[in-house]
Design a protein around this ligand. Structure first.
Ligand code: KG4
Ligand code: ZN
Length: 364
């Protein structure tokens, strides 16, 4: 598609963030965010310790109209000036996906614009290119509440999964540990804060899959070990809680360092000619300072250039969906109005699915 500048409206409703954004892609492929509205439903779901699909879908219906209107107003563009409308079509919670995708179809139909039905994971995978020029191929580590995986990003729509969790996602493991300790939801930030005052050596938690030749993750055994430790404590003191959090974080950090070192080797083997490849980290868990330090260390040791987008673009947002739409539209990869919402939709469709990885309806 030989369009000089593209303006795309993006809509994200796959889990518990209702989001709308407008981005511009210039003729040189540079991105700019014109507006980026995110409404988090965390408070609605907090009493339940996790995302409730029905509550999420209803909240998307209640707020999406307004967020799209706000994103358009802030961008200074009218619908007629858009070049395409992008929405997350999966993976995620079906009810929410249908709300966003249907709205995008309605706008596309009414305005005669192309529809871009976006894989949410592709949104995460391409975000770095919205912010700065990043050449393909690069290595992606996605660590969120619903996904934990390594992908080689070979191009738009071209992914090769190197490894993933075989059970819980890493953010989910943080959330479950927080729940066990009565720390509230979402748990990651609370576990990190408590860990600062703790002794990481007090509990010898397992380092799952460490040393394996692949670069998969597993967190359910670690979670069970934490549960047993917490139960043995009876009524844990503040220091006990801090020590459990620190010991858990230490186990995760050591595991992540090992799995990442393996992934960079596999990347090197697949692309020996790439001089200083980028390592992109996305997902809410990337906010964890301890884990960020581990990732930076492995990247430096192996000659990778680490790029961690700022938190508001690392976590779920619509700018990444609009940007993935812009990248796809530039290549002429549009979708028809019959595009379906999909609860499951792996990025790399050539690889066999990892059963147990990424729960149905879990956050992506
Ligand atoms: O990417 P995200 O905002 O939402 C999706 O899952 O799509 O990630 C949320 C996850 C939650 O599981 C949360 O507990 C975790 O990221 N998280 C953290 C931290 N901040 C958020 N985990 C560990 N340390 C943190 N500081
Ligand atoms: Zn996500």
């Amino acid at each position: 598609m030989d369009q000089a500048v593209l303006h795309i409206l993006g809509i994200e409703t796959s889990c518990d963030e209702t989001a709308a954004a407008v981005v511009r892609r210039d003729s040189a492929g540079r991105g700019e965010i014109l507006s980026n509205r995110v409404l988090s439903q965390t408070r609605e779901h907090a009493p339940y310790g996790g995302v409730v699909p029905e509550i999420a879908a209803r909240a998307h219906i209640a707020h999406l109209d307004r967020l799209v209107a706000e994103a358009m107003a802030e961008s200074g563009l009218g619908f007629r000036e858009l070049d395409g409308v992008a929405a997350t079509a999966g993976p995620g919670l079906l009810g929410g996906l249908l709300v966003g995708l249907t709205m995008a179809k309605a706008i596309a139909l009414a305005q005669g614009k192309p529809l871009l039905a976006i894989n949410h994971l592709e949104g995460h995978a391409l975000t770095a290119r919205l912010l700065q020029p990043v050449a393909f191929p690069y290595l992606l580590l996605l660590v969120s509440g619903g996904h934990t995986q390594f992908q080689i990003v070979e191009g738009v729509g071209r992914y090769h999964r190197l490894g993933s969790t075989i059970d819980d996602a890493l953010g989910e493991a943080f959330d479950k540990v927080a729940k066990l300790l009565g720390l509230g939801y979402p748990g990651g930030p609370q576990v990190e804060a408590r860990a600062r005052a703790g002794n990481p050596q007090r509990f010898a938690f397992p380092r799952p899959l460490k040393g394996r030749k692949d670069c998969n993750f597993s967190f359910s055994g670690l979670k069970t070990a934490v549960r047993e430790a917490v139960m043995s404590l009876g009524e844990p003191s503040d220091q006990d809680i801090a020590d459990v959090c620190a010991s858990f974080e230490a186990a995760v950090a050591e595991t992540l360092a090992d799995r990442l070192a393996r992934a960079v080797q596999l990347f090197r083997a697949a692309h020996p000619g790439t001089a200083s490849p980028a390592l992109i980290v996305a997902g809410g868990v990337a906010a964890n300072q301890r884990l960020k330090a581990v990732v930076a260390d492995v990247a430096a040791t192996h000659g990778f250039t680490l790029i961690v987008p700022p938190p508001r673009l690392c976590t779920d947002n619509a700018a990444m969906i609009a940007w993935a739409g812009a990248e796809r539209l530039h290549l002429g990869l549009t979708d028809d109005l019959g595009a379906a919402a999909r609860a499951r939709w792996p990025l790399d469709q050539t690889q066999a699915p990892v059963y147990g990885a990424g729960k149905l309806g879990a956050k992506a």
